[in-house]
Write a protein that binds this ligand. Sequence first.
Ligand SMILES: Nc1nc2c(c(=O)[nH]1)N[C@H]1C(S)=C(S)[C@@H](COP(=O)(O)O)O[C@H]1N2
Ligand SMILES: [Mo]
Length: 524
Amino acid sequence: MTTTTGAPVARRRAVGGGRSVVALGALAGLVSAGLLLGTATALAGLLAAADPFVAVGDAVVRLSPPTVTSWAIATFGTYDKLVLFVGIGGVLAVVAAASGALATRRLAAGLVAPLVLVVAALTAVVAAPGAAPLDVLPLLAGTALAAPGFVVLVRRAGATGSAHDESRRGDSSRRGVLVAAAGVGAAAAAVAVTGRLVAGRLRDAAASRAALVLPPPLDPAPPAPVGAQASPATPFRTPPADFYRIDTALTVPQVRAEDWRLRVHGRVERPLDLDWDALTSFEVVEREITLVCVSNPVGGELLGNQVWRGVRLADVLAAAGVRGGADMLLSTSTDGWTASTPLEALVDSDDALLAFAMGGEPLPPEHGYPVRMVVPGLYGYVSATKWVTDLEVTTFADDTAFWTPRGYAERAPVKVGSRIDVPGPFERLDAGTVVVAGVAWAPGRGIGQVEVSVDDGDWQVAELAPVPSSLTWQQWRLEWAAEPGQHRLQVRATTTDGEVQTEDRAPVDPDGATGWHSVVVTVA
Ligand SMILES: Nc1nc2c(c(=O)[nH]1)N[C@H]1C(S)=C(S)[C@@H](COP(=O)(O)O)O[C@H]1N2
Ligand SMILES: [Mo]
């Protein structure tokens, strides 16, 4: 019975407006999703509460198995966040469009997937580290607006196909749905943009950064030594705008120096609660230090060198008075990321810093404004906490940092490495004298020698450029008498204490890649 009564309607749809009903339904779904996200992001900005889209992205990052996380960083490098957002956005768009299309036929069926997504997003918001009750508001308010909008739009879209699809009335009701959808979409975009702009004015770290007065260092870093840049491709000091950025934060945390606090606690005699003035009343020093990411593949660019200004971690820890038995400093950022640093790398170090300036300027927001850690000789994930707000003196036995359960080593000194920057891979060169140059690093130990081998021939010792200290990378160059043909150039470095860089290939996890970098070139 049902099939026979239903058949004429279905046939009528298939003949005429069926396809346009589906398209209008899909549009209704997309526009409603836009209304939800637009409202939520505006409110999130204005209330300093959770943006559900970002919360879902954060949850994906947190819940991803280590292999996926490492693969994403290796594959997309610093575009990993963009790829994640585009991926989540794509899934949302498909679900929204399909649900809208389905809802034109059976409203209840079309509401199932959106409901599941809202509940999942709510779970992500509530389960985020440091979640507050206010955080659910943007998502709930967005849903409260978008749900009725969705119902009204899909009902209207459905109505365009039910009886008068080929008639003029059908056309005008289709136009009505399109106009309504365009209106809702424009309203959502306007709300999102104004909300974000107003929120930016209210809370942006940029204003705080622009007004910040940096205390001068007791011992300003000297200019980079003359001739420190031997590779035409690589400035000795990496301009902050070009400095690699690696972190799990999907939106750059906005922390104003005026609001910033650092708690120092755990196994200490005197817990501290420092604000900006208290921090900068410690002796201010400058150190030139090369920062290296454990995810830097052989030949990769996830390292950079800069002058960092700040106070010694050793001084702050001494003020707190480290108690016996502790062997680790667990540092936490404002967004709940953690690093575990061996205390021995900090308590006697003249160079491990709580840094607030990079290249003589306040830290850029994406590099940790207002305060971060910088420790020479340890990979960033175990030492270089950005937006740092909490230091707990503890033990490796009692506490575990973010990357440890995700397949990375608990302790991770930087391995000796080297890279050929010129000539580039597969470059075509003229026969004759060719400059081969690049960088080598073993921060904290220093580079003793760099050698280059052509086509697996004898190792030729490269010329080392001057360095300010053993805390930075070192550039090198070699003049090569290139003869016609295809050639493979390889580089290896040796530390001042005699460790020769190994040829054995190791992946970035668990504790840093190894292997010699090589480039193949064609000489004509
Ligand atoms: N808050 C926070 N700090 C962090 C990270 C992070 O994910 N969150 N990543 C670390 C890693 S893995 C590295 S290599 C360095 C990179 O610092 P940069 O982005 O300033 O180059 O920051 C470290 N500090
Ligand atoms: Mo890293």
